[in-house]
Write a protein that binds this ligand. Structure first.
Ligand SMILES: *Cc1c(COP(=O)(O)O)cnc(C)c1O
Ligand code: SF4
Length: 358
């Protein structure tokens, strides 16, 4: 099936009613539409958890005052075009702005969708920055979706990054293995033959996105020695229930993918209908703990607006008691236990000491 790239295509494929289309025109003008063949095939009804992620809605025109064009602050820490250097030991490289699908909740929705990839000269300039900054140990390819590039271009990138002796790890943030599994060819898998440790971080949000072709592609990557992790976005009406998250993480592990991050939905423009509260997210994380095996449980994180980075949101299992070294700890069933830290001096001081030594 061909990708649907316009409102007209969505009407023709029966994914949008003709009568709804005029009201959606301003949405199409603001945020690009693209729905890959595989994801059209994964939609059972127009209102199901797959459809909701990709089919435009008039709610996207409702932009809240706190929402921004750069919610995670990519631009705040960009020393060279296409590169974001927020943390000392790793950089992200936006190699392209295109994707196989345009997610209606995308945190980079103002930046993605333009045609064109980073030029060869721009890639060389970005990698020059990496080679003169030896504290950088990892290059993370993102976009858009880096796996829309041809295997030949990817192989070239992998070789260039592998040639920087101070870099140990190459990471790829992608939705392609699930939304366009036909791209997971042998040529693509072999493009990642390198001395580097390669980590593929798969973005998927619902078990219904996984097809047999996706499972096969992920297994092929795993057999090639690539570490498979995931990131998901917590989305209202898509996966904000215990059964939906449980099925998603079980499906991932069946494909050899370790759930890594569950993102709180960012403050991108026009996505408030997808956003849960933080309290809901914490309750869901609490519900997963103990119910699911440890390797199935991701870290729930929020990206602080303005480019301050990701922070884990943890249910308050461990709270300070009346005196230093006294803790109240809640187990997965809700039972509360007192704990006395046998090594405690004064906690506030020891934390300061640890951070100062870093
Ligand atoms: C998310 C992100 C990373 C990766 O963070 P990890 O916690 O290592 O997964 C790196 N750089 C930027 C700018 C990011 O937004
Ligand atoms: S695949 Fe990623 S970058 Fe592309 S639209 Fe979806 S969330 Fe945004």
């Amino acid at each position: 099936m061909k990708a649907a790239v316009s409102l007209g295509d969505l009407v023709a494929r029966g994914l949008v009613e003709a009568a709804e289309a005029p009201a959606l025109l301003p949405v199409e003008q603001s945020f690009r539409i693209r729905l890959s063949g595989a994801m059209q095939g994964a939609i059972a009804t127009r209102d199901d958890p797959v459809a909701r992620q990709f089919i435009p809605s008039v709610q996207e025109l409702d932009i809240k005052p706190d929402e921004s064009g750069d919610p995670i602050g990519d631009e705040v820490h960009s020393p060279v075009k296409g590169l974001t250097h927020r943390y000392p030991d790793r950089v992200i490289l936006h190699v392209t702005k295109t994707c196989e699908v345009y997610c209606r909740f995308c945190f980079r929705r103002e930046a993605v969708g333009d045609e064109g990839h980073l030029s060869q000269d721009e890639i060389i300039a970005a990698l020059d920055y990496v080679s003169v900054n030896p504290a950088i140990r990892e290059v993370i390819l993102t976009g858009g979706d880096p796996l829309v590039l041809s295997p030949r271009r990817i192989k070239d990138l992998v070789e260039r990054i592998g040639a920087i002796s101070t870099v140990d790890t190459l990471r790829i943030h992608t939705r392609v293995p699930v939304v366009a599994p036909e791209r997971m060819t042998e040529a693509l898998v072999s493009a990642f033959e390198t001395r580097l440790t390669v980590i593929l971080v798969l973005h998927a949000n619902h078990a219904a996105e996984f097809t047999d072709a996706a499972r096969a592609g992920l297994r092929a990557m795993q057999r090639a020695g690539i570490m498979l992790l995931s990131q998901s976005v917590l989305l209202r009406g898509v996966n904000d229930s215990l059964p939906a998250l449980e099925e998603l993480f079980r499906e991932m592990l069946r494909c050899g993918v370790k759930p890594y991050y569950l993102h709180h939905c960012d403050l991108a423009k026009g996505v408030s209908h997808f956003r849960t509260t933080i309290a809901d997210g914490m309750a869901l994380m609490r519900g997963l703990r103990g119910k699911l095996a440890g390797p199935l449980i991701p870290t729930y994180v929020i990206d602080i607006a303005g480019g301050f980075g990701k922070v884990p949101i943890t249910p308050d299992y461990v709270v300070a008691g009346a005196t230093p070294g006294e803790w109240r700890i809640t187990d997965w069933r809700g039972g509360v236990h007192d704990y006395r830290d046998p090594h405690c001096t004064t906690d506030a001081q020891s934390v300061q000491t640890i951070l100062q030594k870093a």
